[in-house]
Design a protein around this ligand. Structure first.
Ligand code: ADP
Length: 586
């Protein structure tokens, strides 16, 4: 999942940031109503400073030996403990839950992450941050999602947010104070609290480059905890996602160790190990204000000179999860470990994989407004043909429901195995097979797919754009979907495809291996076609097996389509596993 698309730019820009980091100006105070409560908040803090005042932090067990006694600890004492009453602006009320609450003890969970559908989404992380809290509510959890209040969040949501309060927070090593505003929005039983600070969150995209993103997410991690303290909402579990929230467990066990929050257990979920938030030690030390002892080789330090925010979070969290059991195993090997395999093997005792699901309210071919002909497993065979014709018309392909239409919906990056597709494109297309591509990303792949569209007019269509509605129409109108990833922590496109009766053709890696059972021609079982080694010839072989079944044994193909639609790829069983983990930890 594209949790940060900027890591590659780091090297070039490093030198600029290496110079003594310039502290950002104090964040601009928000419009009218915010300033007054902010003052009150400060007054509250003077009366009750003990709420989040930090005394002497304790090192994590494995870092203790290196902890200097007088670690520089910027106090967070300006954060009051009292909850400011929310203003009376209209809040979207949570609908009454129809599902019965399962008979497990109630747990409160704070989700902390950098993106969440529908406010801001760049990839699968956004989907998970939306769907998992919603599913956990049905499993007797009280969930608060803490997000940055980016300027790019659509106005329709911004205007419904309610001001919850504001306070000042010390951040950098020199103790500079920053504004932290809290804006709240309640939806589908989940409370969303947005951390507001124009200085950090006013750029157009959530992720820009590491020079800006490192300070931004140091601020966010600390502000998220300070906001929980401020609202006096002490959860049982603090569930953090990817490197942008990875400093949360580190803050929790150091600067927040003597606050009420420290009773919470911290979980860190890795959605994509490729992105880790690595930068030189002085910069991260300055911006985070974390004590020196966390910059040791067992926690944040890597390669002697850099600090790795994800690695620090892994050390200090009580449990680590990733988004499929196979990926949990793969990342402990040098081939997939992105230089953290040894660290992950060391922490393997607290690491487990829980596969993602998809939201059945959004991904439902029977009610999907983007799909021209809605359908269920009962009438998929007829309606898919109608959707295929509509798709072919929309994309300017030759309209013929008898052709096999293969879709590919993906970020166009190396991770997704597109070099394999490029290598065999001329062997995939034939008089009976069409290919539809939807994606954006690296120019090299965008250009090569544009070339194929031109070379195979009427047979190949390359939509080089991000279009949510069109993706739904491709899932509904295509017969098969390609996901030949080099690595895939979980992958959502194969789940969407199965839900829409589109047969996945995948490489056996990560979540693809865990969710797509290979077709077995002898028992007529399975959900799709798979190949193991990263090899274009093996991908072509899998596609040819799919073609053979489609054209020569349609009855078995049709059964697989129906089987895929009936397969449970919802969040329900995954949410139950997360709930079980929460119960184990508390
Ligand atoms: P990743 O998070 O690595 O990009 P996932 O498979 O986990 O990959 O999630 C990708 C999600 O983004 C899926 O829901 C997919 O449908 C959607 N998606 C990817 N590219 C596009 C696009 N160009 N237009 C619309 N949706 C897209």
């Amino acid at each position: 999942m594209p949790t940060d698309k900027t890591e590659k730019t780091t090297e070039k820009k490093k030198s600029a940031a290496e110079a003594k980091p310039e502290p950002v100006k104090k964040a601009k105070a928000p419009a009218e109503p915010k300033t007054e409560p902010a003052k009150k908040a400060k007054a509250g803090a003077e009366k009750k400073p003990k709420a989040v005042k930090v005394k002497k932090p304790e090192a994590a067990p494995d870092a203790a030996a290196e902890a200097p006694v007088e670690a520089a600890v910027p106090p967070v004492e300006t954060v009051p403990a009292k909850v400011e009453p929310a203003e009376t602006a209209p809040v979207e009320t949570a609908p009454v839950e129809a599902d019965p609450v399962p008979d497990t003890p109630r747990r409160s969970v704070a989700f902390i992450g950098s993106e969440c559908y529908p406010f801001v989404k760049t990839g699968g992380l956004g989907d998970v941050m939306y769907a998992l809290p919603k599913a956990l509510v049905k499993h007797n959890c009280d969930v608060k999602v803490i997000l940055p209040r980016y300027r790019c969040i659509p106005w329709e949501y911004q205007q419904k947010m309610v001001y919850r309060g504001a306070f000042g927070m010390d951040l950098c090593a020199d103790g500079r104070s920053y504004y932290v505003g809290i804006m709240e929005y309640v939806w589908d039983g989940v409370v969303y609290d947005f951390i507001d600070n124009e200085e950090f969150f006013s750029s157009g995209n959530p992720y820009t480059n590491l020079v800006d993103d490192i300070p931004k997410y140091c601020y966010f991690a600390k502000a998220a905890l300070a906001a929980l303290n401020y609202m006096d909402w002490i959860p049982d579990i603090i569930h953090c996602h990817d490197w942008q929230a990875a400093l949360v467990p580190v803050y929790l066990r150091t600067l927040f160790e003597n606050t009420k929050l420290s009773r919470a257990r911290a979980i860190l979920t890795i959605h994509n190990l490729k992105f880790q938030g690595v930068y030189n030690i002085p910069t991260i030390k300055y911006w985070s204000g974390l004590p020196d002892y966390v910059f040791n080789k067992d926690a944040l330090t890597v390669n002697w000179v850099d600090a790795n925010m994800l690695k620090g979070g892994l050390t200090y969290s009580n449990a680590i999860t990733t988004v499929s059991p196979t990926y949990a195993w793969e990342i402990q090997t040098p081939a997939y470990g992105e230089n953290l395999d040894a660290h992950l093997r060391y922490h393997a005792g607290k690491l487990r994989g829980i596969v993602n699901g998809i939201d059945y309210d959004i991904w439902n071919p029977l009610t999907d407004k983007n799909v021209p002909h809605n359908y269920s497993a009962a009438d998929v065979l007829k309606q898919k043909k109608a959707n295929k014709r509509a798709l072919q018309e929309e994309l300017g392909l030759q309209v013929d429901e008898g052709k096999l239409v293969i879709g590919l919906i993906s970020r166009l990056t190396d991770q997704k195995g597109l070099d394999l597709v490029n290598a065999i494109m001329s062997q995939i297309v034939d008089d009976y097979t069409q290919v539809v591509i939807l994606g954006t990303g690296d120019a090299m792949y965008e250009d090569s797919f544009r070339y194929y569209e031109n070379a195979y007019k009427g047979t190949v269509c390359s939509c080089i754009l991000y279009d949510e509605a069109r993706s739904h129409r491709i899932y509904a109108g295509a017969d098969a979907l390609l996901v030949p990833s080099r690595f895939e922590p979980c992958g959502l496109t194969q789940l969407n495809a199965m839900r829409y009766g589109t047969v996945p053709i995948v490489r056996e890696t990560g979540g693809l291996k865990d969710t797509v059972e290979p077709y077995n021609m002898f028992t007529n079982t399975g959900n799709g076609f798979t190949f193991d080694r990263y090899d274009a010839g093996l991908l072509l072989d899998a596609i040819n097996r799919a073609k053979t079944l489609y054209f020569e044994n349609r009855w078995c193909w049709d059964e697989m389509v129906q089987r895929d639609m009936e397969k449970d790829v919802s969040w329900d069983s995954s949410a139950a596993q997360y709930k079980e983990l929460y119960l184990q930890l508390t």
